[in-house]
Ligand binder design. Structure first.
Ligand code: 13P
Length: 287
C-alpha cells in the first residue's frame, strides 16, 4: 500500500539521513527502483513529473501500475508516490487519481499567491492523510521544458510557507536540475543553515541530486535535508547501458532487440544507480 511521505521523512530528519526521490518514466524504471528499495530495506519516494505522467498514460495508469507492482513484487518497505513540481490543478488531479503525496511548485508566483494556494492544499492533503511538498525560490536548470534561473530562497519566506503546515519544503540553495555547469558556485550552506534555523523540524528537500559531490550531499543532510531528488543520473545510466547494448550488436539472430532484452541492461543500470544513491543518502536498512 502506498503511504504518505510524512513519517519516513520525519524519521530521516531525526536520524540524519535522507530518503531518495527517484523519478519514474516507465515500467522498467519503476520496477528497478521498487526492487532496489526492497532489497536494501530502504524507504523510497517515486517522483512523477507532469510530463512523465502524461507519457505513461495518465496519473490513473501510473497509480495502477505502482499499486500492482507493490502487490505482485511483494514490496513491504514504505513507498510514496509523489507528484514532482506540480501545478495547482495537477495536484488535485493526482490526489483524485490516488497519489499518496504531491508537490505544489508555487515558486514562480508572488509569495502571497504561493502562500494562498499552498494553504488550500495543506487543508486538502491533511484531510486525506497525504503529504505535501512546497517550494520557495526556484531550482535552476531545465526540467520538462520549464526553465528556472536558480536562486537562493529567502529564509523568511521559507518560514512563512513552512508555518502553513506543509510536510516538507524545497528551497533553492543554488541547486540545479540536470548536469551542473563547470562554473557552478556550489550549494549555499549559509542559506540552508538559515532556513533550517527558522523552520525547525521541517524536513528540507534538495532537488537536482544529480552530480552534487558526496561531501556536499552529506553536509546538506547534516543541515536538515531529509529528501533528495534524482532523475538525470538515472536517465544517463539507463541511456548509456542501452547504447552499449545496441552497439554490441546483440540482435545478430534477429531476436536481441526484443524489448525485454533491449531494456534489461538499462534496468540493471538504474538498480545500480539507485543503490549507490541510497548508500550515499544513508537510507539503507532504515525501513
Ligand atoms: P536531477 O534531474 O538533477 O537529478 O534532479 C531531479 C529533481 O530534482 C526532480 O525534481
Amino acid at each position: 500500500m502506498l503511504v504518505s511521505a510524512k513519517e519516513m521523512l520525519e524519521k530521516a530528519k531525526a536520524g540524519h539521513y535522507a530518503v531518495g526521490q527517484f523519478n519514474i518514466n516507465n515500467l522498467e524504471w519503476t520496477k528497478a527502483i521498487l526492487l532496489t528499495a526492497q532489497e536494501n530495506k530502504s524507504p523510497v519516494i517515486l517522483g512523477v513529473s507532469e510530463g512523465a505522467g502524461k507519457y505513461m498514460g495518465g496519473y490513473t495508469t501510473v497509480v495502477g501500475m505502482v499499486n500492482g507492482m507493490l502487490k505482485e513484487l511483494g514490496i513491504t518497505v514504505p513507498v510514496a508516490l509523489h507528484l514532482d513540481h506540480g501545478s495547482y490543478e495537477h495536484c488535485y488531479k493526482c490526489i483524485e487519481a490516488g497519489f499518496s503525496s504531491v508537490m505544489f511548485d508555487g515558486s514562480h508566483y508572488p509569495i502571497e499567491e504561493n502562500v494562498e494556494k499552498t494553504k488550500e492544499l495543506v487543508k486538502v492533503c491533511k484531510d486525506k492523510g497525504l503529504s505535501l511538498e512546497a517550494e520557495v525560490g526556484s531550482i535552476g536548470g531545465e526540467e520538462d521544458g520549464v526553465v528556472g534561473m536558480g536562486e537562493c530562497a529567502d529564509p523568511q519566506e521559507c518560514k512563512a510557507i513552512a508555518d502553513l503546515g506543509v510536510t516538507m519544503l524545497a528551497a533553492g540553495i543554488g541547486n540545479i536540475h540536470g548536469k551542473y555547469p563547470d562554473n557552478w558556485a556550489g550549494l549555499s550552506f549559509e542559506t540552508l543553515d538559515n532556513i533550517q534555523k527558522l523552520t525547525g523540524d521541517m524536513p528540507l528537500v534538495l532537488h537536482g541530486g544529480t552530480g552534487i559531490p558526496a561531501e556536499m550531499i552529506q553536509k546538506a543532510i547534516s543541515l536538515g535535508v531529509a529528501k533528495i531528488n534524482v532523475n538525470t543520473e538515472c536517465q544517463l545510466s539507463f541511456a548509456e547501458a542501452t547504447r552499449k547494448y545496441i552497439e554490441a550488436g546483440k540482435d545478430k539472430e534477429g531476436k536481441g532487440f526484443d524489448p525485454r532484452k533491449l531494456l534489461a541492461p538499462g534496468f540493471e543500470a538504474i538498480k545500480a544507480t539507485v543503490k549507490e544513491k541510497m548508500e550515499l543518502f544513508g537510507s539503507i536498512g532504515k525501513a
